[in-house]
Design a protein around this ligand. Structure first.
Ligand code: S3P
Length: 436
């Protein structure tokens, strides 16, 4: 098992460039694979999760060429051109890949089976299977969990679906099936969630409109290959936004980060906590907005995180809990029960680690209450277990900036699912992370 040993460091400085966006990279392979023509993708995230999607698309008959560092070329086979894989498709640790592929495979003429690693095999899949069945798909799960078996040859019909949970994965899965359905598909969202699928579908020439919480897709006769640029992953930048806020030193500039407003809830939450952030040099990477973010040390204060920001910061809570521990007063997170069904139960696992580090917290069914300590070392140091969750491992690495003694973080191999060179980039910023 691989672990991190993180020695306390007190200051961070310089410029950081984080790797490509995971959500956008997954989607570039799926949509590129069913488009007509060759889709060039720049800034692609070469992480384990995206490689699971790449292997799955290859097994379905799509040629994917790696043309350079962070560059791939996807040779699309057209909407009807995928071929059945004669084996189970292993999506590794990637929930996004499994849920989106379930939608995509629902409209094919062949049978498919999706499996994953021990974490993914425990994650809920009925949230996608149920609406897809309403569209006419034939899907089986095992007590709601993978393996997901999809029978080919189903005739899909567009539906109007009211999402019971704010989930971009469920929305996207339905939209991908909608590409193969008779008639339009409409998804109604209870709260805004990331809209990368909608934006990218438009880049491929598909008619998708969004207004008043409703997303409507009209099935296209074809998708047209295009060139895509993947922005830096805002969720990977989150660790450095928190690092720059809680450490001493000059702060950090994070370059070329995606700032799609459906992803940047953490910026609003940190601003409410008193963080010193500046978003500069706005530009665009195709359909996605990009900027540099400057962060300087700040005295953070505890807040009740507004619930409407939860889906807009859904992957950033482990890192935010570290900031909360360094803030003056109490931070309260509610309306965040979805955190319990991520790569780990992120409320329980973070609370366990915070307790091990001497931080007081109270676990709630849908969130957590964290007692902050604004001055001096906050984390005692010692052992924490990431439970194989990449974002928990990286969050406790950032805690070393306010730790009294080294932190040993167990089971960190899955950092490679989203941020393969995290230790190197963190070291360049001033952290003292060692893989042991
Ligand atoms: C994702 C959506 C979110 C997020 C995940 C990536 C996506 O999941 O947590 O990391 O790419 O659509 P949910 O839709 O389950 O909230």
């Amino acid at each position: 098992m691989s672990n991190y040993l993180v020695h306390p460091a007190s200051a961070v400085s310089g410029a950081v460039r984080v790797p490509g966006d995971k959500s956008v990279s997954h989607r570039s392979l799926m949509l590129g694979g069913i488009a007509e023509g060759v889709t060039e993708v720049r800034g692609f995230l070469e992480s384990e999760d995206c490689l699971s999607t790449m292997k799955a698309m290859q097994a379905l008959g799509v040629r994917v060429e790696r043309t350079g560092e962070r560059e791939v070329r996807v040779h699309g086979v057209g909407l009807k051109g995928l071929k059945g894989a004669n084996r189970s498709l292993d999506m590794g640790n990637a929930g996004t890949a499994m849920r989106l592929m379930t939608g995509l495979l629902s409209g094919q003429s062949f049978d498919s089976e999706l499996i994953g690693d021990s974490s993914l095999m425990k994650r809920p899949m009925e949230r996608v299977a149920k609406p897809l069945r309403e569209m006419g798909a034939q899907i089986e799960t095992l007590q709601g969990k993978p393996p997901v078996r999809i029978a080919g040859g189903a005739k899909l019909t567009g539906i109007r679906y009211d999402l019971p949970v704010a989930s971009a994965q469920v929305k996207s899965s339905i939209l991908l099936a909608g590409l193969y359905a008779a008639g339009p598909t409409t998804v109604i969202e209870p709260a805004i969630t990331r809209d990368h699928t909608e934006r990218m579908l438009q880049s491929f020439g598909c008619e998708v409109t969004a207004a008043h919480g409703e997303v409507r897709l009209t099935p296209p006769s074809r998708l047209e290959a295009c060139s895509l640029e993947v922005p830096g992953d805002f969720s990977s930048s989150a660790f450095f936004l928190i690092a720059g806020s809680i450490a001493q030193g000059d702060g950090l500039t994070i370059k070329g980060v995606g700032i799609n407003p459906t992803r940047t809830g953490l910026l609003d939450i940190l601003a409410l906590m008193g963080a010193n952030l500046r978003v500069v040099n706005h530009r665009s990477a195709g359909a996605e907005p990009v900027a540099d973010i400057e962060v300087r040390p700040a005295k953070l204060k505890g807040i009740h995180v507004p619930e409407h920001l939860v889906p807009l910061a859904i992957d950033e809570f482990p890192a935010l809990f570290i900031a909360a521990a360094c803030a003056d007063g109490e931070t309260l997170v509610t309306g965040a029960e979805e955190l319990r069904v991520k790569e780990s139960d992120r409320i329980a696992v973070m609370a366990e680690g915070l307790t091990a580090m001497g931080v007081t917290s109270e676990v709630l069914p849908d969130g957590i209450r964290i007692q902050g300590r604004p001055n001096g070392p906050v984390f005692s140091g010692g052992n924490v277990d990431s439970h194989g969750d990449h974002r928990i491992a990286m969050s406790f690495a950032i805690a070393s900036l306010r730790a009294a003694a080294p932190i040993r973080i167990a089971d960190v191999a899955n950092v490679a699912t989203s941020f393969p060179d995290f230790p190197g980039i963190a070291r360049a910023a001033g952290l003292n992370v060692e893989l042991i």
